[in-house]
Structure formats: structure tokens, C-alpha cells
Design a protein around this ligand. Structure first.
Ligand code: SF4
Length: 531
């Protein structure tokens, strides 16, 4: 049966980040500009992604499959009219009404198609009764689809080509130039923090899609050639170091091969500390996402850890940290929340996230707050995102007060710590200065690997210096320029001129944002599997 049927897997339709029935302008489909550099204006990198989960499923079933990334609604309908046996729609909770509309359109234009929904939106209570669909896929989708299509549960995982692509940097359009492959290495995290949707969505399991360090290394080599890049995300896996043996195997192979790459991954602080900064950099890690959550929160992963010292330790080998803190825990008061935020800022990470404590369906936090009668169900699901206003009652903060604290935290981060792009350069230069004379050969080579980008960084820093408006930010950038010049020499005249060019692009972007729009819609793409 499996090989004859045709499957369409689609993301929800665009436009995103507009205020209409289906979407909100403050909910952009970008990790950086929506979550971690959202208040940094022109300094915020504009990066889009394809719909990783759908491609992973399509690549790992034996049927003919089409993946549609970010179609408009008419484009989705046009595709549906071709008459697929199954139409799958993947979505997060906030796009529930888009899923509903798409399911209705499938029924109208292709009544014989069976409809499947997947992704975090399936955790919405009574979703089966709210939508006219045939199947609801909760949790891991490959096994679900293989079973539905009558295919063997045993299969060898195959890696699809999934990637992020930069649209703009400092206002410079980069579409078509800057691709970074994502390697789907696993899913979920076994820790089960009360607010964590991915961990509970996958049943607190740590699912290994690539089971060994060698398999990951082979993908790095293959995709590096294909995309002509040394920069990769290890995606899907929310706590990569939870499998220490796999990480250690990857490290060993990386050191033996002498290959230098920049890996981005997610890992909890306890495991980062245990694995150690030097071993991480030997594994090729360049950026790590760490959930700090709160200095007052009792999560075991952060128990007795000095996060500031850990970020510093990582910086010494050039590893950048995306540090994520949570606002509006129940214990947060107007008296202590700024102590917590200041503690975060003192770490001076390259990137910061300040998300609300988020009772999303499927998490223990949701169940608890529901029982306590604190969830404001009258707020539309489109507004249940962790940036903007909360959708629950907090003992101390009103919704408006909560928004003001979040806005302020992001702005303090930007004003006092400087643009993240400059912090990233600072961390690599510090890593270079520390490693260039290391007794460890791999680390010395790592230093030279980082240094390849430094001439470009000199121009970028000049552009940033011309673009920032606040005195303390200018001072910070001058310090980083001086650090960089100490590493590789004075900024050349053409780099200063390039900096002026960046200034021009940057101001133009600010003008466009102010008088037109800040929104960049992701591209529509169609991909075929097994055709
Ligand atoms: S450690 Fe991170 S990924 Fe794991 S459950 Fe906690 S928040 Fe989620």
C-alpha cells in the first residue's frame, strides 16, 4: 500500500506576523527576530527555516510525498486539488485557526483525501472534537506515518536536506547566499521541566534519530560539501549531551579528522558543565542554547551551578551562549524579578531570551494552572505565545505589567550588553586569543579557524559602530574593535569603507521598517520525495 499512495505534508499558510484572524504581528516565524534579538532592530539577523519536521517525515516514509513549506492559502488549495490520498498539516498551538481553515479547504476541494494533523497543536484539549480531521498525530511523526501507511516500523533513518537561510544581515539582503544545514539528530529531552512542550510532547523520551557520533560526523561532511559551509545546527534534539557516549564519539572523530566546523546545539547547563568547555569545542561546538530559567527556580539541571562562570568558561574557548530566562514564575514579585534579570545580564551571553512561563497544552504547568483556575481561556490561541502578554493570571503582575517587564528586559540586554552580533564577535576573538597558543593542537587550529572570519568582522564592527545610537553601545563596540585589532591588526581602509556601505544598508532597512514593514515572509518551497 505504502508505495502507491501520495502524501502531501504542508506547513500552515502565510502570511505570518500580520494582525488578522489567523496571525499576530508580534509573533514572527523567526527564531532570532522573534525570540532572541527581537528588540535589536537592524542588528537582528533575519533568518528563515524550512519546516524541519515535515521534511524528516517525508524522507523517512516509502510513499510518494510532497512537502509544501509556507504556501499561501490559494497555493495550498491548488496543491490539494491534485488529489492526494493523505494531506498532513503540521502546526504549533498558535496557528490552530489556520489548521482549521486548511482542513475545511481539504474537505471542500479533495473530499477523498484523509486529513492528518501533527505538531504541538495536537496537544490542544479535545482537538479531535474541534477539527474535522481523520487522524491526530501526537508525538513522533515518522513511526505514526509508517504505521498509518502500512510500512514496517523498522527503517534506517535518512537525513533530509533541511536548512536555515539568512534573508538579511544589517539590512543587507542575503537571500540565496547564506544557507546553514540542520542535521536532525534526535527529538525531545528526558528532563521533563514542567513548562517544556517538546519534552512532554515526546513523552520525556530522548529519541535518537542518528544513534552514533560517526553517523553525525558523516552527515556533517556530506552536507558541508553539498552546502559549501562549515556551519551546522544539530536540530530536533533538545538536550544533545543527554547521550554522552554519542557526543564523546563525535568529539573523538572530530579531533582525529582535524575537521573544524561551527555546530549549534541545545544542552542543559549541568551536562554542559559535566562535558566541559574544552571537550565541547573539540566536538566543533560554536554556539550552545542553555536554559537558565531563573536563579530562584529549583530545576535540578541548574542546581548549584554558577551560570556566570559557565558562560565565561565557554567564552574562553570561543563558544557563544544563547541564554534563556523565564519571566513570571509564580515566585516572581515586583521586588525580586529585576534581581533575576540582572543576574542574567551579568552573564553577558551573546544572545538572550526572556520568555514568559508558558502553560501550553500538554505540559504539567498547563494542568496545574488549569486546576488553579488561572488560565484565561477567553484569550485567543493566536495570542498564546511567550512574547507579548501572558494568557494566565499571575499573583503579582497584570498582563500589561508583564509585557512592560519583558520589553524592558530585552531593551536592557540590548542597550547595556550591546548588539548580539558584536557580542558574538567578542566571544570568538576572546576564544582566539586564549587558544592560539594552547598546548592542544586542535585548539590552536580552532583559533586559526575562527580567525578566518576576522577581516570580515572588522568591516561589520565598523558598520555597527556607525549604526548604533547610544553612547554605551559605541563604547562597547570600540572595545571589541580594539580587541580584534590586537588579534589581527588594524582595520584596513577598505574595511572602513565597507563599514560605511553597511551603514547605508542599515539605515535603509530602518527606513523601510519605519514607513513600510518589518515583516519578511518565508519563501514558499515545494519538495518531492520518492517521485
Ligand atoms: S532541560 Fe530544557 S529541553 Fe529539557 S525538559 Fe528542561 S527545558 Fe526542556
Amino acid at each position: 500500500m505504502g508505495s502507491k499512495v501520495k502524501v502531501l505534508l504542508s506547513s500552515v499558510f502565510k502570511p505570518f506576523a500580520v494582525d488578522d484572524l489567523y496571525s499576530r504581528s508580534d509573533s514572527k516565524i523567526e527564531l532570532f527576530h522573534n525570540q532572541i534579538t527581537k528588540y535589536q532592530g537592524v542588528f537582528s539577523p533575519r533568518i528563515n527555516y524550512n519546516t524541519f519536521g515535515l521534511h524528516i517525515i517525508a524522507k523517512n516514509i516509502e510513499s510518494k510525498a510532497v512537502v509544501l513549506d509556507y504556501p499561501s492559502l490559494p497555493r495550498f488549495i491548488e496543491e490539494v486539488k491534485k488529489g492526494y490520498d493523505y494531506v498532513g498539516i503540521g502546526s504549533i498551538v498558535q496557528n490552530f485557526n489556520k489548521v482549521k481553515r486548511m482542513a475545511e479547504e481539504v474537505r471542500r476541494h479533495s473530499p477523498r483525501s484523509k486529513i492528518i494533523i501533527g505538531g504541538f497543536c495536537t496537544m490542544i484539549e479535545n482537538i479531535e472534537k474541534m477539527l474535522d480531521v481523520d487522524y491526530v498525530c501526537k508525538g513522533e511523526g515518522i513511526s505514526f506515518m509508517r504505521e498509518l501507511l502500512g510500512q514496517s516500523p523498522e527503517y534506517k533513518f535518512r537525513q533530509p536536506e533541511i536548512f536555515s537561510y539568512t534573508r538579511e544581515l544589517l539590512g543587507v539582503p542575503l537571500s540565496g547566499f547564506d544557507y546553514h544545514p540542520f542535521i536532525a539528530v534526535g527529538l525531545g529531552c528526558p528532563y521533563g521541566c514542567d513548562f517544556c512542550s517538546p519534552s512532554h510532547f515526546f513523552g520525556k523520551r530522548h529519541i535518537k534519530l542518528l544513534k552514533t557520533g560517526k553517523e553525525i560526523f558523516d552527515e556533517i561532511v556530506k552536507l558541508g560539501k553539498r552546502f559549501k559551509t562549515t556551519s551546522f545546527g544539530l536540530g530536533g534534539d533538545d538536550n544533545f549531551l543527554a547521550d554522552e557516549a554519542r557526543a564523546e564519539e563525535l568529539r573523538k572523530i572530530m579531533v582525529e579528522s582535524g575537521l573544524q566546523v561551527k555546530l549549534f546545539l541545545f544542552a542543559s547547563a549541568d551536562l554542559v558543565k559535566k562535558f566541559g568547555a574544552e571537550r565541547l569545542v573539540e566536538m566543533g561546538v560554536s554556539t550552545v542554547w542553555i536554559g537558565r530559567e531563573s536563579g530562584f527556580a529549583p530545576y535540578p539541571k541548574n542546581k548549584d551551578l554558577d551560570l556566570k562562570a559557565l558562560v565565561e568558561e565557554l567564552r574562553r574557548v570561543g563558544i557563544k551562549v544563547i541564554l534563556s530566562s523565564i519571566l513570571l514564575f509564580d515566585f516572581h514579585t515586583k521586588a525580586n524579578i529585576w534581581e533575576d534579570i540582572e543576574d542574567h545580564l551579568a552573564c553577558s551571553p551573546a544572545f538572550s531570551q526572556f520568555a514568559f512561563y508558558a502553560p501550553l497544552p500538554g505540559t504539567p504547568l498547563y494542568e496545574r494552572m488549569k486546576e488553579e483556575g488561572r488560565i484565561l481561556f477567553s484569550i485567543p490561541l493566536e495570542d498564546w505565545h511567550i512574547f507579548g502578554k501572558p494568557w494566565y493570571i499571575h499573583p503579582e503582575f497584570s498582563l500589561e505589567e508583564a509585557k512592560a517587564v519583558q520589553d524592558r528586559a530585552y531593551l536592557e540586554d540590548f542597550y547595556r550588553l550591546g548588539p548580539s552580533i558584536v557580542r558574538l564577535i567578542r566571544d570568538e576573538v576572546i576564544g582566539y586569543l586564549n587558544m592560539r597558543q594552547s598546548s592542544n593542537q586542535y585548539l590552536r587550529e580552532r583559533a586559526e579557524f575562527y580567525a578566518k572570519d576576522f577581516p570580515l568582522y572588522r568591516a561589520i564592527l565598523r558598520g555597527c559602530l556607525y549604526l548604533v545610537r547610544r553612547k554605551e553601545q559605541k563604547e562597547f563596540i570600540k572595545e571589541v574593535i580594539s580587541l580584534l585589532e590586537q588579534a589581527i591588526g588594524k582595520t584596513r581602509i577598505w574595511e572602513k569603507i565597507s563599514g560605511l556601505g553597511l551603514y547605508g544598508f542599515g539605515r535603509l532597512r530602518e527606513f523601510r521598517t519605519r514607513f513600510f514593514s518589518d515583516t519578511i515572509q518565508p519563501k514558499t518551497r515545494i519538495s518531492y520525495y520518492n517521485w
